[in-house]
Design a protein around this ligand. Structure first.
Ligand code: LMR
Ligand code: SF4
Length: 515
């Protein structure tokens, strides 16, 4: 197995930087369904551009490496102890090379291990099989979409859908609800893996395993096939769209598996995966560890899609005319109050990153610099340092903003912040603070980490490195950073609107279908 470690390194690199063909085709299919010029269509164009950039730059598609999860099938006699050591070594090397973000955090102290190794990370499952080769599959499933996983215990009452019983129709309701509750926060349009049965642990495991199925396969179980088809057709009528901007496509794939359960329990577990559905696998020679074959068609095997100018200003039926506003930081209250939901803002100047640790810290500490009129970017980037000690941004898409809801309003007012940039939107408390203080929430395209990294022309400095790379406060010179106003200073929130509309649509699926 001399080549096993190198093969694992290649697998990690491919998974992190080159989205497989079936996923690309699903995204391309969504682009064809969205009306040209809408927010969702433009966002999908940015996503397509980002996928190509990641492939060309051999850099992470999304900055969030997620929880690297390896599933290994090996013949009897294969040395699992050696394989595990080599997988860990390959993970550490890929992290050092900025192909993975350091993502393993001590749950009690918050300390980042720096190399993606630590108790419970990465996840490695071994299973023996009767074939001669070794197969290793890897999924990099990000934290934002992981937070949107959901487990139902039947029978139960579901908001909008009424009673869900212990039958196929009850399962149908759970799956429809799972797409609704994710809204745009898991970087829709997503893929879902559904596990019916098992216990709380194995139900989720079964759900995650469904994500390893090929996007274009057909379920051998006729009942489940019917359910998958139903969900694909109807979940896309919820109108959530790309990033929760509203649109025709909210779901890119649905795979359902079933296992036995206990008489007393009936779980339906849903694993939600963002569009940045990074999973790949290799078949290896069991003697040398050399790669013989990729498990999923590689991304470069599909024709390159046409990429439109992502923020092209255009009037679209159903959406008010889009304004494009170029702004230089720091922003004035007047500039910000003139913005309305739907405007596209192009930012130049200094931007500061800040996410969970920083927001918590700033509640009762001073900021290291003047934030009056500033733009705060909810982002945990992938960074690298060159031989001269200079930092560079390698991947830098937004993180889910709602986690900062308990802090954001206070911090906006305390420091005079005028723009908060993130994804998925924020709640009523932040909306009130935007209105009171004169600030705005800008939604960037989740997962478009290469697209945004290109906008950061220089790293001016960093504070709080002790929080770890993703949580530190990076000060970044910015050029041409485009995002959409989804919450303005006049009390309008696109997120609240889409949630309300999609809830009304969800309620239309209340009547039994599978009886
Ligand atoms: O941790 C991140 O960078 C992003 C996360 O995956 C998210 O979707 O919020
Ligand atoms: S930021 Fe979005 S695309 Fe990236 S891992 Fe999180 S949910 Fe996925």
């Amino acid at each position: 197995m001399q080549q096993f470690e190198q093969s694992m390194y290649k697998l990690i690199l491919e998974t992190s930087t080159n989205l497989p063909a079936d996923v690309r085709e699903a995204i391309q299919g969504a682009r064809e369904q969205e009306d040209e010029g809408t927010r969702s269509a433009l966002s999908l164009s940015t996503i397509a551009d980002n996928i190509l950039m990641a492939e060309t730059n051999v850099s992470p598609i999304c900055q969030d490496t997620g929880m690297p999860t390896f599933i290994v099938h090996c013949p009897v006699g294969a040395n699992q102890i050696v394989m595990k050591k080599q997988i860990l070594a390959a993970v550490a090397r890929a992290t050092k090379d900025s192909k993975l973000r350091p993502n393993s955090v001590d749950s009690l102290t918050g300390a980042n291990s720096g190399d993606n190794l630590g108790p419970g990370t990465p996840v490695i499952h071994f299973e023996q099989w009767e074939q001669e080769e070794v197969e290793v599959k890897l999924i990099l499933k990000g934290g934002g979409c992981e937070n949107k996983n959901i487990q139902y215990s039947l029978p139960m009452e579901l908001e909008g859908l009424g009673k869900a019983g212990r039958d196929l129709d009850g399962i149908r309701k759970c799956v429809m609800h799972s797409v609704y509750q994710a809204q745009g926060q898991g970087c829709s349009a997503g893929f879902i893996g559904v596990g019916i049965g098992g216990d709380r642990t194995t139900g989720y495991e079964l759900a995650k395993h469904q994500l390893f199925r090929h996007a274009d396969d057909t379920n051998p179980n006729a009942e489940l096939r019917k359910l998958e088809e139903y969900v694909m057709e109807h979940a896309n009528q919820l109108g959530i769209g790309t990033m929760g901007f509203g649109g025709q496509v909210s779901l890119l794939g649905c795979k359902v598996g079933v296992m036995n359960r206990l008489p007393a329990s009936f779980f339906v577990s849903v694993a939600y995966n963002c569009w940045a559905f990074r999973r790949q696998g290799v078949l290896l020679d069991a003697q040398s560890g050399e790669i013989k074959q990729w498990v999923y068609r590689t991304g470069d095997s599909v024709p390159k899609p046409e990429v439109q100018e992502p923020v092209a200003a255009s009037a679209v039926s159903g959406e008010p005319e889009r304004r494009e506003v170029v702004l230089q930081t720091p922003f004035s209250e007047e500039q910000i109050r003139s913005l309305r939901v739907g405007d596209v803002v192009i930012i130049n100047g200094m931007m500061h990153t800040g996410r969970d640790a920083l927001h918590h810290y700033l509640m009762d500490h001073d900021a290291p610099l003047d934030l009056n009129g500033a733009a705060i970017y909810h982002c945990g980037p992938v960074m690298s340092k060159d031989d001269n000690g200079e930092w560079h941004v390698r991947a830098a898409g937004p993180t889910t903003s709602i986690r900062e809801e308990p802090y954001q309003g206070h911090i906006i007012k305390k420091f005079g912040i005028r723009a908060v940039i993130g994804k998925g939107g924020m709640g009523a408390k932040t909306l009130a603070a935007l209105q009171e203080h004169g600030a705005v929430y800008l939604n960037a395209i989740g997962g478009a980490a290469q697209y945004y990294a290109k906008c950061f022309t220089k790293v001016e400095g960093v504070d709080y490195m002790e929080f770890g790379v993703p949580e530190a406060m990076w000060h970044l010179q910015t050029e041409g950073f485009a995002a959409i106003v989804t919450m303005d200073s006049h009390g309008n929130s696109l997120h609240a609107e889409v949630e309300k509309d999609s809830f009304a649509k969800l309620s239309q699926f209340k009547e039994p279908v599978f009886i």
